[in-house]
Ligand binder design. Structure first.
Ligand code: LMR
Length: 400
């Protein structure tokens, strides 16, 4: 029955790893997927995660029972407080309903389904460019996807004027997708005063902000500083949606642990929203998995573990920033043509190099360096030992 199916393409990001894994050349370097590596090039399990897991395993009173449809209550509460701050007026007033989700993607998908079913203007505006999966998640939930200008290739920075013009021209009431920090794939974030102007415009137009937070703590190493945009939107009393992921900041990639929060106008509305979210989740996957949420709840609820997590998080953020400097210095030393200052300026896991698709292909062919087709490299996949190889590849590509 399936012979006539068309052959599906590999995913634009995860497919890079598929190609990398097939490459037998020992010098190969995977800068495709955004997954943290140590300076030895190894995946990292955070020490606090190991400790939390050890405690969970040792506790004989724990069962493997189903979680409620909305997930682990302690996890939801702590996730909300991590994102918004425990003393945030919206948290204190019980105006936020938070449900556990399957990492960032699953939380976005549940939020999108809910919006598709219940929101009056099912059109979502996403930045150009944005994380590739956004463009796939939202239409599946019945939302019409439109775009707003965001990245300026000329400056390799924010096209603030273009962004404001496009948001102004977007319909009143439209949903606006925003990256809380460390914009993926560009590493370009608005400044705080730009965020304030964006917020005022979105609120004036009665638009609905939908935040994606995959990198809290990963941008600056400071969980509160990285939540600036989100918290300012939540502080103005207006409504919003937030999808959180613990893949990067707690290194829980495979656990698929995240959360969806809906900030509502009243506590009563938040209750109604929770009820409807349950109707979305139950036929989709019934209830979320327990293990990752229990790890996160353990880390976030104990002062010592929380303190140690912040230190480990800062360590990861700092190593990435160090890699930015190493790569920039090495390109400068080599005299590689072009302005590479954006490597230092961009924020978070990725550098949007400005390398063209033919250059990306050339580097894969000749140097076995793997990145996404748009020229995004994961700085977290780079190490002191592999910087020279990458510089050789970039230098050859831009001179070719
Ligand atoms: C990425 O952008 O590389 C990560 O968010 C992983 C993914 O799922 O695409």
């Amino acid at each position: 029955v399936w012979e006539k199916l068309t052959e599906a393409p590999e995913d634009a990001i995860l497919g890079v790893t598929v190609a990398y894994n097939k490459d037998p050349n020992p010098v190969k370097l995977n800068l495709g997927v955004g997954a943290y590596r140590t300076d030895e090039g190894k995946p990292l399990v955070l020490e606090v995660v190991r400790q939390a897991e050890a405690r969970l395993v040792a506790d004989r009173s724990r069962y493997k029972e189903y979680l409620p449809i909305v997930g682990l209550a302690a996890f939801n509460k702590l996730s909300k407080e991590l994102a918004f701050g425990a003393d945030h007026p919206a948290v204190v007033a019980n105006r936020i309903t938070t449900v556990q989700g399957l990492s960032g993607t699953g939380s976005l998908r549940v939020g999108a389904e809910f919006m598709g079913q219940h929101y009056h203007t099912p059109i979502i505006y996403v930045p150009v460019p944005t994380w590739g999966n956004h463009n796939k998640i939202f239409p599946k939930a019945g939302l019409k996807v439109q775009s707003y200008r965001y990245y300026d290739p000329a400056t390799r920075g924010l096209n603030f004027t273009g962004m404001m013009e496009d948001l102004k021209a977007a319909p009143d009431g439209a949903i606006i997708l925003l990256h809380v920090c460390a914009h993926n794939p560009t590493g370009v974030d608005p400044l705080p005063e730009q965020w304030d102007a964006i917020r005022q415009l979105i609120r004036a137009k009665g638009q609905f902000p939908f935040f994606d937070s995959a990198y809290q703590g990963f941008a600056s190493g400071d969980l509160d500083a990285d939540a600036y945009a989100l918290r300012s939107f939540a502080a103005d009393g207006g409504e919003l949606a937030l999808a959180q992921s613990y893949a990067k900041n707690m290194g829980l990639y495979g656990e698929r642990v995240g959360a969806l929060s809906m900030v509502c106008a009243t506590a009563a509305a938040a209750k109604l929203v929770e009820g409807q979210l349950k109707l979305v989740i139950r036929p989709m996957y019934s209830s979320p998995p327990l293990h990752g949420a229990a790890i996160v709840a353990t880390v976030l609820s104990e002062e010592k573990l929380l303190h140690d997590w912040k230190a480990e998080l800062k360590g990861m953020a700092d190593r990435i920033i160090e890699m930015r400097h190493k790569l920039y210095d090495a390109l400068l030393q080599r005299g590689t043509p072009g302005d590479w200052t954006h490597i230092l300026k961009q924020i978070g896991m990725f550098t949007f190099t400005g390398l063209t698709k033919p250059q990306v292909d050339f580097m894969r062919e000749k140097y076995h360096v793997y990145m996404t087709g748009d020229g995004r490299i994961s700085m977290a996949g780079l190490s002191t030992a592999t910087v020279p190889h990458l510089v050789n590849a970039i230098d050859d590509a831009v001179r070719n």
